[in-house]
Every structure is written in C-alpha cells, then in structure tokens.
Design a protein around this ligand. Structure first.
Ligand SMILES: NC(=O)c1ccc[n+]([C@@H]2O[C@H](COP(=O)([O-])OP(=O)(O)OC[C@H]3O[C@@H](n4cnc5c(N)ncnc54)[C@H](OP(=O)(O)O)[C@@H]3O)[C@@H](O)[C@H]2O)c1
Length: 335
C-alpha cells in the first residue's frame, strides 16, 4: 500500500518536521508540498535540512493525485483548505486548531472569527491517538491536538478516568520557541527570548484552555477546573508541563504509579518513568514520545510531562493518526 500525500504550509515549523517524517515513512509518497510565499522555490531554500522538493502554490496543488492532505496552516486558512480537500475526496489531517473544539460558538469566542466550516465539527475526530483509535479508523477528518493539550491530557487521563481528581488542576507549562511558529514576532525575537524566561496568557485565557478542559470532559462527567499557565522557554523545541492535581484523600503514590504503568503498558509512545524519576526535555526531543513522571506532595499528585512540540505535539502525532486512520502499523515512520 502506498499512501499519496500532500502537505499544505510545508515551509512552517510543523510543515518541515512533517515533510521530514513522511519522506522516511515506508508507505508514503509525497506528491506535493505547498507554499504561498515561497512557491517556485525548493523547500531546501527555506529549510536546508528538508528533502529537496519543489514548492507549489496552494491553489495549484493537485488534489486528484493524493489520498491524504496534511494542513500545517494557521487556523481559518486550514478549515478553508480542509473543505476543498474533502470535496475532492481527500482525507484531511489538520494540525491547526480549526476542528478541535466541538462547538462553533466556543471557537468564535476564543479565535475571534466565525468558524469557516461549522458543519464539519461533528465529524472531525480529536486525534489524541492513544485514546482515539476506534474513532480514527477510516475517518476522513482528523483534528490533531494542540501541543500543550497533548502534554497535559496524556498526563491527567488516568486520574480523570479513575475518578481520583479532587480539585482544581494546575498545569504550569514551558514551551520552546518553535511553538509560536515561524513568523517573527517581538515576543519570539532572539533578543527577547535568549537569556530570558517568561510567562504569558496565564490562568484561563490561553486558547488551549478550552481545548484542554474539553478533553477533561472526555473522561469525567464533572471534570475539575483547570488553571493553565504557559511559559516561553529559551530553547528551540520541547514542552515540559508540571501539573499539580489534588487527589481523593488517602491515596498512595505506589498505587497511582501502578495505574499509570497499567494504562500505558502497551503504548509505544508514552513512557511512564520509574518511581522517583521526573520527565525532562532530554527524554523526548526529536522523538514522538511523551515521558511522564510522578511525585507526591501531601494530597497533591505532581506530574511532569514532556513532549517535543513539533513531533508528538504536532507532526509525529499527525503521522501516528494517519497510520491508525489507514490501518497501517501505528509506529510506522516514527521509530
Ligand atoms: N509550532 C507548534 O509547535 C505547533 C504545534 C501544534 C500545532 N500547531 C499548529 O499548526 C499550524 C502550523 O503551525 P506552525 O508552527 O508550523 O506555523 P508556521 O511556522 O507559522 O507555519 C505556517 C505556514 O503556513 C503558511 N501560511 C501562513 N499564513 C497563511 C495563510 N493565510 N494562508 C495559507 N498559508 C499560510 C506559511 O507558509 P507559506 O507562506 O510558505 O505558505 C507558513 O510557513 C498552526 O495552526 C499551529 O497553531 C503548531
């Protein structure tokens, strides 16, 4: 089986990462990579370590030649491209936020614009792969989760599913600068970021907050509240979330650790660290893994969860989702 793919937004940080993964995937053929601003050039002109592929303008992308489109585009542009792809009979894996929130009104509230294709929201599968395998099989539209949500949801799923959480969960997350995308902004300028460490959009105002709380609702009917405080870390890539979760009285760390070990025993990409070990970026960068460490402070469970935002938090999880969607071995191209 050969899966013919096209990548929209191939010059961005997630796009380049995705092209590199797909280029070494044994069941994939890349039919096109698209760019608005660099069409006519080779991808290597923008990203020297990427495969030497010609960049086509998105409007000339040959949709009749592909089975799966990956959208590495800003929100809004992604939904419009998704509609064109689906109309052409092409399956879509969208790395943007456009199809992650179930409710178009919530999308409008958080993204400040009407949803371009609200009729597709009910159909899109939220692709947190480890908990979406049945829903992903054969589907035509996948909403790839956000990077911060991936690091937090994989870490809290076992306690929510088991009904152990007993109060507001605090997620204190730090991200490398590639999380903000390739377009330069003052806040991601080298001089602002280097030798610095800063918080932004803390509390309940970051756009990933509704996505994470929606995810909590997948596993618990009345989920705990969330305080989510992101930080900008002066490294290119990686997310470390330190999560504080009060649990029901009387719990023992050994029992909760056993619950995590059991939940993720057969997962190729989730590594529950040995008791006493804490997750770090070094556990995961340039891999599709999520590393989770557990510790205790009184009645509060302390979770450390690390991912590479461009791999497990974006391109790697997108390929994992494609593999499951098409019935390929889930780890193909990702080991
Ligand atoms: N960075 C992360 O860690 C991360 C993680 C998970 C999800 N995401 C999401 O994935 C998507 C891509 O993120 P990214 O970090 O790769 O962004 P990026 O580095 O800014 O790249 C996006 C690419 O899309 C193209 N583009 C920009 N505006 C466009 C428009 N209006 N219409 C069509 N194409 C446009 C640009 O390429 P051309 O000008 O060459 O066309 C740009 O290189 C975003 O929705 C983001 O929220 C990012």
């Amino acid at each position: 089986m050969t899966v013919r793919t096209g990548i929209f937004g191939a010059t961005g940080y997630t796009g380049v990462e995705l092209v590199k993964i797909l280029a070494r995937h044994p069941a994939v053929e890349i039919r096109f990579v698209s760019s608005q601003s660099s069409a006519g050039q080779m991808l290597t002109a923008v990203a020297p370590t990427a495969p030497p592929l010609p960049l086509v303008p998105p409007q000339d992308a040959p949709l009749d030649e592909i089975d799966v489109a990956f959208l590495c585009l800003p929100h809004g542009a992604a939904a419009e491209t998704a509609v064109a792809c689906l109309d052409a009979g092409v399956k879509v894996i969208d790395l943007s936020a456009d199809f992650r929130l179930r409710d178009a009104a919530v999308y409008e509230q958080w993204y400040g614009a009407r949803h371009p294709a609200p009729e597709l929201l009910a159909e899109a599968v939220y692709g947190l792969t480890e908990f979406a395998r049945d829903a992903l099989s054969g589907v035509r539209l996948v909403a790839n989760p956000g990077c911060y949500p991936t690091s937090i949801l994989l870490a809290v799923q076992p306690i929510l599913q088991a009904g152990l959480a007993a109060g507001t969960i605090i997620a204190d997350s730090k991200s490398g600068v590639s999380g903000a995308g390739r377009a330069p902004k003052q806040s991601t300028h080298f001089v602002e970021v280097a030798d610095n460490f800063s918080a932004y959009n803390i509390g309940q105002v970051h756009r990933h907050w509704p996505e994470i709380t929606q995810g909590f609702g997948l596993w618990q009917a009345n989920p705990p509240d969330l305080i989510f405080s992101p930080h900008l870390l002066p490294v290119p890539r990686g997310i470390l979330s330190t999560i504080y979760a009060p649990l029901q009285p009387g719990w023992r760390l050994a029992d909760v650790w056993a619950l995590y070990a059991q939940t993720y025993a057969d997962e190729p990409f989730v590594q529950v660290l040995a008791p006493g070990q804490l997750a770090s970026l070094a556990h995961v960068t340039h891999t599709n893994r999520c590393a989770i460490g557990l510790a205790q402070a009184g009645e509060t469970l302390l979770l450390t969860s690390a991912i590479d935002n461009l791999v497990k938090g974006a391109a790697g999880q997108a390929v994992q989702n494609m593999n499951v969607m098409l019935g390929l071995a889930e780890t193909m191209g990702l080991e």
